[in-house]
Ligand binder design. Structure first.
Ligand SMILES: [Zn+2]
Length: 416
């Protein structure tokens, strides 16, 4: 039978099946139909994948893509997704029980990218990136409503998002997080917790002890629940006031099945990352956490200006930069690939559909170039390091359709 597409001669790496070899992949009717030498097979189109890594479609576990509804916070889902080589993006806490209908109608049904979400524990969701903290107190949650809506939308709602940070705790204590856990438990979904400073505290005299917050919070978490931002330099994160990883977090991650998501965003510090990795905490997933306040959003008018000034006040990053940073920090390539393929598929409880190149699966396939040379990486403390391997998206197939990696959100490589 004639194939629709042959992806020819790439280095196919899929941790879920153990394959790592140069071979071909055949696509028929949007599914992976064959893997092996397809040089003699007829196909409607050929993609030359020489010198290209061919992976299961990448899943970004932490995006902010509820465009228009969340104001400047939400990015275009396809610029974060398929046009950056990423086939599935999980919006972390953008939609709420009141706005999930818009997420289904405008994103899930219309994006070229597979768009899923962790529903916000708060009634207002991620409007304007949580700009008005007073909306996130005990009056801003309604567990019954959120539980009902989550149960009605289990095809797109894959978890519950809540914020634990010292600014919020100084206002309302741990109660709102407890409510988030109650919602997650009732719907049998993972709870995803943002750790580290987010909001300014109401009154500096009332700033609680960041390390005490961790001690109250972590016992609420069950196996499969997720903690984000391990590499943040902000107080209230994984590292305590003495510069060590909290023993209670080590216990949660190593013995209690709590999962760690990088949640890169503006929370990445090479120094903290080394301390946390050295303590034996390996992230399970690698969310990029891009949003309208931590990337420069190009418009037609400023495109030229952006090209001449790739920083525009922020350290340029995306999912493939986050992968390159972990490689640079010594995590092996297969583990880094697991963090964006098979592991997030397990978080979504969709490991029978996504995150693998098994025959018969949806043809969600990411293509990356591994550039060798000397490149500059910049973290959010302004730290610069030189890496020797840089991963860049080279396109993707989603349900068998090809998308170019032409998103302006893909940072340009900076040669050291
Ligand atoms: Zn975020």
């Amino acid at each position: 039978m004639k194939l629709d597409t042959v992806i020819a001669g790439g280095r196919v790496i899929d941790p879920s099946t153990g394959i790592d070899e140069c071979t071909d992949i055949g696509i028929l009717e949007g599914k992976i139909s064959e893997i092996g030498d397809l040089s003699k097979r007829e196909a409607a189109s050929y993609f030359d994948a020489t010198d290209t890594l061919v992976l299961p479609g990448m899943i970004d576990t932490h995006g902010h893509i509820y465009q228009h509804v969340t104001g400047k916070f939400g990015l275009d889902p396809d610029l974060v997704g398929v046009h950056s080589g990423v086939t599935t993006v999980i919006d972390q806490g953008g939609p709420s029980c009141m706005t999930i209908g818009g997420f289904r109608h405008y994103l899930y049904e219309k994006s070229k990218t597979r768009t899923l979400c962790f529903i916000s524990a708060y009634l207002v969701g991620g409007l304007e990136g949580h700009l008005y903290p007073d909306l996130y107190g005990p009056c801003g949650v309604n567990p019954e409503h959120t539980i009902r809506v989550a149960k009605e939308n289990l095809d797109i709602v894959k978890g519950v998002k809540a914020h634990a940070e010292i600014g919020g705790q100084s206002r309302w204590g741990i109660e709102v997080i407890r409510t988030g856990k109650e919602i997650a438990k009732a719907v049998d979904l993972p709870l995803y917790i943002h750790l580290g400073q987010l909001w300014p505290t109401k009154d500096s005299a009332e700033i609680p002890d960041a390390d005490e917050l961790i001690e109250k919070l972590v016992p609420l978490m069950d196996p499969g629940d997720m903690l984000a931002h391990p590499f943040t330099r902000h107080p209230g994160g994984f590292v305590n006031q003495h510069g060590e990883v909290h023993p209670i977090l080590l216990e949660a991650v190593h013995n209690n099945g709590v999962r760690v998501d990088v949640g890169h965003g503006s929370h990445f510090s090479f120094d903290v990352a080394r301390r946390v990795l050295d303590a034996g905490v390996v992230p399970f997933t690698l969310g990029a956490d891009m949003h309208g306040y931590n990337v420069s959003v190009p418009s037609e008018e400023d495109d030229e200006a952006r090209k001449s000034n790739p920083f525009l006040g922020v350290a340029p990053f995306n999912l493939t930069i986050a992968m390159s940073e972990l490689l640079h920090l010594g995590v092996d390539l297969k583990s880094v690939i697991s963090m964006v393929t098979e592991n997030p598929a397990k978080v979504l409880k969709m490991e029978d559909e996504l995150g693998s190149l098994k025959l018969g699966r949806k043809a969600d396939i990411s293509l990356l170039k591994m550039e060798n040379g000397r490149f500059t990486l910049t973290d959010n403390s302004g730290g610069k390091e030189t890496c020797e391997k840089l991963l860049m998206p080279a396109g993707c197939f989603k349900d068998g359709n090809f998308f170019e990696a032409n998103s302006p959100l893909v940072p340009e490589k900076i040669v050291a």
